[in-house]
Each structure stands twice: as C-alpha cells, then as structure tokens.
Design a protein around this ligand. Sequence first.
Ligand code: AHR
Length: 514
Amino acid sequence: MFRNSIAALAAFATMSAAGALSVAAAQTDIKIDRDAPIGTIQPEVYGQFLEHLGTQVYDGIWVGEDSDIPNTDGIRNDVYGALDRLDIPVIRWPGGCYADMYHWRDGIGDERTPRVNMSWGGTPEPNGFGTHEFFNLAEKLGAKTYLNVNLGSGTITEAADWLEYITATGDSALAQERRANGRENPWKIDYLSIGNETWGCGGNMRPAYYADLYAQWATLLKVEGEMPVRIISGSHEGNIDYSDEILDHPAMGNLSDGISVHYYTLPTGDWGEKGDALDFPEEEWISTLSRTIKMDGIIEEQLAMIDSHDLGEEKLGLYVDEWGMWVDGEEGAPALNQQNTIRDAVVAALNFDIFHKYADRVPMTNIAQMVNVLQAMILTDGPEMILTPTYHVYEMYVPFQGATALPVSFDSPDYSHGGETIPALSVSAAIAENGDILISVVNADASDAHDVTLPAFGAASATVRQLTGDSMDAHNSFDDPDAVTPVQFDVPVTSGKLRMRLEPRSVSVLRIEQ
Ligand code: AHR
C-alpha cells in the first residue's frame, strides 16, 4: 500500500491525475472565490498555551543551567529549536487554573520560592521558570505575550505591581528591581486576561460578581506603553449564559477587547471516561471528529451572543484561548500527559479550517498545550524529544499565518460509521502574504480515500505537503519518532484543474505559486 513514502505519494498523485487509479468514489469539485476575501487570518490564531502543569514547564522546557540536557539559560536547546520552527505567534502563560494560584514574586530574583502546585496534583513548583524566563523565551521565539493575571487568589495590588515590574521604563522601585534582576528594558504584554474559568477553578464566581471584579481590575490595571488587548474570561461551550451575563455589565464595551471561550474535544464526551489516546475503536474516531467540528456552531453562537449586546462601535473579538484534545491519561503518568496521533492532527486541522472561516472575528486561539500536556506539539522523556503529529500540522499551516482567508464551497461526501455521519472533507483557502494561493484539505474518513478537483489559478502544478498515518492511532514514539511525518509532492494540472487523491486520515496543504 501507499503509505508515507514520498515516491509512492508522488506516483499516486500522477496516476490519479491521469485517471489511471480510481478506488475512490466520484470527485468532489472544490470552488474557491478569490474575489471575496473574508479577512486576515491573524497569526495569533496559531497561538500556544504554556501552563505550569505536569512535566510541561519543568523537564519539558526548563531544565535549569546546571542540567546535563543541553540548554541555553536553562531552556532545553532541542525543544527551543523545534518551537522556533513553528513561528509561534503568541504564548499564553502561566495558566489556566494555575494562574489563579500563581504569585509572581515567587519566580523572580536569585532566590526562588519553592511552592507546591496545588492546582495540578501537589507537585513541586520550584519557580525556577518565572517572569524573566517566560518573557525572554517569548522574545527569543519572536512570540507575542499573553499574560493571565491572578484574580482568584491574588490582589489587584499584586497584579498592578507585576504589570509595572514588567513594563516600567523609569526609575520606579519595581523597574529598578527588574534591572537588578538582569533585565534593563521593559518587556511588552500584548494580551492580558483578568481571571481564568471564573465559573470553576478560577473561583466559582457568579457572572455578575466576576463582571464587577473584571471592571474594577480592568479600570485600574495599567501598563507603561501600549495597553495590552484585554480579554474577559468567558464561558466554556456549555454555559454561554455566563458570558452573556458578564456582557450585561454597562462598562464592558469600554473596558475589554474580547471575551474568551474554552472548548475541549473528548472522544466520548464524558469527563469521567474520556477515551484512550491509543488503540481506540472507529466509534471513537468518528465521535471525536464529530465533537471537534462542533467548534463551528460554538463560535457562531458565541458571536451572536456577543453581538446581541450594545458594546460600542468596535465589535469584541472571540478568543478561543483553550481548545484541543483531552483523553484519559495512562496509569501513573504525569498530570495530563497524553500520546498524540494522526487523530489529533486531523482534529487540529479541522479546527484551523473553522478558525479561518471566522478570520474576521476570532483574532487568537491557544491550543492546550505546548509541551507534554494535553494536545502537545512536543513530548519529552529525560534528554529525548519527539515531535507529535499535531506539531507537524502546526508547521504545515505556518504559511496561513497572516494570509487572507477566502470563501470555499463544495458538497462533501459523507463519512459514516456506527450510526454517526460527518462530512468526510474539510477545506479552507487563503492568499498568502506573497500572493500564492494556499489550500488545506482534510480527509476525515478513517478508511476511504477521496478524490478532489481544485482550481489551478493559472498554474501548471501545485506543491502539496501531506500528513497521514497507517492506522487511526498512528503516532510517533521515542522508538519510532518519524512514523508520522509530512511528505511533499507535486500535483499537476489536468484539463485546467488540480486533481488529487486524498489518503484516508490525512491533512494536506497545497501551495499554488502565483
Ligand atoms: O488546560 C488544562 C486546564 O483546563 C486549564 O488549566 C483550565 O483553564 C481548563 O479547565
């Protein structure tokens, strides 16, 4: 069979272009309207989330200067290099639930204050990775910063001091303290969230109470220089009324730029038994994908809710600042550590297509999370590191950052299993910053290939990068780190169209040079 081999895929593309192979059913004709741009896909749509949780920060990113693992100023070189290749646009830190237990003074200076991470399993929190380490990492990666301040167990004074420590330029005591700790120039806070999941781990607050606190903090928290984009911590997908009530607060339009929503994809939809990362039945393949594409309706509903409020001329953005796969962890594994398969890659790509569709209203998303935790880009084990299928999809979609989304129309064939049916195909398109046309095509079908035709926009061929796996739970491991990696090949134009066969369980990104 043709699987993950450049030569085989190139041959396959040629044969299907010539019509010599025709295992798949009828071709799906995809139309792309170059003349009706939807809006710019903000690079921040490809944002990351770095919470102090499990082995993400300690071991995954930060090993300290004295570690035998090669590092620069305590940050692992291998992980840094891999993250750098993703052109990460923004990183959210320090949580999540952890943000509401985090006290920034524990993580500055020569003497760090060791604590216990009470949000996530009572693990040691040495605080070796703090404000300087986070902002320096973001700066080195060229990523914007998204700071989540501690509303739950902190005070407004503590938060105000933190912002001053980070951004002050003059001779205030806090600016001097920052300099004494090794950083002369201020850093920039690009995004600021006041609280996290205030309906749950952030304090179990009623929405009107949180709205008042938010308004107070947003009024009084200042930075030197440009104000960060201020984000209200909103609902999860199931309690939209929470956000609705927050936005009833009369000052919200003036005090915020957007509101967040969290939505996790659980294979079974049951928090008690979410489903396994590996070795799952096809029922859980299709139920996972069926649940993940609910993101479309969730965004639509949230935007309609936002727009039902009178919030002034500027429309508030919707920030999907936590999303991704959440499965049951293995017995004895560190908190929220999970394997990552071609299913995760398809989940990520299906969500990207949805985010592109809402490019004009969804300015940022943050996948949960970056290293070792939930739907991670990278897994580490001591000195070893592997890249996950999700990493590869993020890397394949880098050209979409800053591109202009275009409308797409087609009739997708169905993919059905066990009484459930979803569209087999998902497509999105954009004009890259250099004018090239970018098209992403996902085949969510677990077992059947599908043939598509695409507009060629005057070109003679397109370059494709495709990721697939030879089973539903194909994944990379420390023994076999390249089991799931993208392959590249060209698709020629025949009778004026690009004709392509999409492997089952595949994600493809085409570039048509202009
Ligand atoms: O991403 C893991 C956790 O999920 C976050 O800390 C919290 O905000 C959410 O419930």
